[in-house]
Write a new protein. Structure first.
Length: 319
């Protein structure tokens, strides 16, 4: 059973099969453009591949995406193999092909030096626990912005590519004392933004949009927020602040909700890491486990993160 990188006609066939499940409201053509464009980003070219398990006749048995994320675990720098879009064609189900595919990929990643494997499960924990994965809870919360009369005296502008290095530095400082976190270099930040922008741009007009704002001192970004916006409200994808208390981040959100003072404050949902301070302008409520289960498995001699306090993870890096 050969394991190959899915390209060309094979990739098109996989996209045909997976489109009904993961189309995100796109047309089939736009779904293909969205997937192809992710592979062409600076980060995606080196860190994202889609693999396929074939039978001896070249028929598709199972497929999955593999991401390679730079991570820090208990002070040790390395990388994590992330798996997503695990899929078996209907005619091949019930024969263990997805399990075999993941086992082959994990053997490959272990041999190449990965510290751990990870995935986000939409089907519960039982299937992946049989493969040695364990769930790590992530906090999902409602973010309430304390409105004030008028708009805060804070200059907020649209974020730009030149800001990404400063955002990466903020993340490194904020996660220094956490057991497990991604090492979010500028290229990964750019990939996360591009993925969401492409999704918004390729979808139906008005369905969704991405907003990226920063506050700056001099010419440097010192706080930022990334929001996905749709008719149901806002999803805070990620945020950061050089201020230890996060006050500038809170002020950015106050500025954004003050843009339309006659409207009710939108519902804002977020994955909020415990190590991220809560700015004084915000209140977090309705705290619970994220609906998509984050699951990990060791591929080296490392201790796995096990609690919500062990992990710093933003919704932007869902895969």
């Amino acid at each position: 059973m050969p394991l190959v990188v899915a390209e060309g006609a094979l990739l098109d066939h996989i996209l045909d099969l997976t489109f009904p499940i993961w189309n995100e409201g796109l047309t089939r053509e736009a779904y293909g453009q969205w997937n192809t464009a992710q592979l062409k980003t600076a980060w995606g070219r080196d860190h994202l591949h889609r693999f396929a398990l074939l039978d001896d006749s070249g028929n598709l048995l199972a497929t999955a995406k593999r991401y390679r994320h730079d991570v820090r675990l208990d002070g040790r720098d390395g990388w994590m193999a992330g798996f997503g879009a695990v899929f078996t064609p209907e005619s091949a189900r019930g024969r263990g092909h997805a399990t075999r595919l993941l086992e082959l990929l994990m053997d490959q990643e272990r041999n190449d030096g990965a510290l751990l494997a990870s995935l986000f499960s939409e089907i519960g924990h039982e299937f992946y626990e049989r493969l040695g994965f364990r769930s790590v809870p992530l906090d999902e919360v409602t973010v309430t912005v304390k409105r004030k009369d008028g708009s805060p005296a804070m200059l907020v502008r649209s974020g730009e590519e030149r800001d990404l290095a400063n955002l990466s530095a903020m993340h490194a400082t904020r996660t220094a004392g956490v057991r497990f976190a991604l090492r979010r270099e500028a290229s990964l930040l750019g990939y996360a933004l591009s993925k969401k922008r492409l999704l918004a741009g390729l979808g139906p007009a008005g369905l969704r949009q991405l907003e990226f704002f920063v506050a700056e001192e001099g010419a440097s970004a010192v706080a930022y927020v990334v929001l996905s916006v749709n008719a149901n409200g806002w999803t805070l994808e990620e945020a950061g602040d050089r201020d230890p208390a996060g006050a500038r981040l809170g002020a950015i959100l106050q500025v954004l909700v003050a843009r339309e003072p006659a409207n009710r404050t939108p519902l804002i949902r977020a994955w909020w890491p415990r190590a991220m301070p809560v700015p004084p302008q915000l209140e977090l409520t309705d705290r619970g486990d994220a609906r998509d289960l984050f699951m990990v498995r060791p591929l080296a001699d490392v201790a796995m993160p096990a609690t919500v306090d062990d992990v710093f993870y933003w919704r932007s890096d869902y895969f």
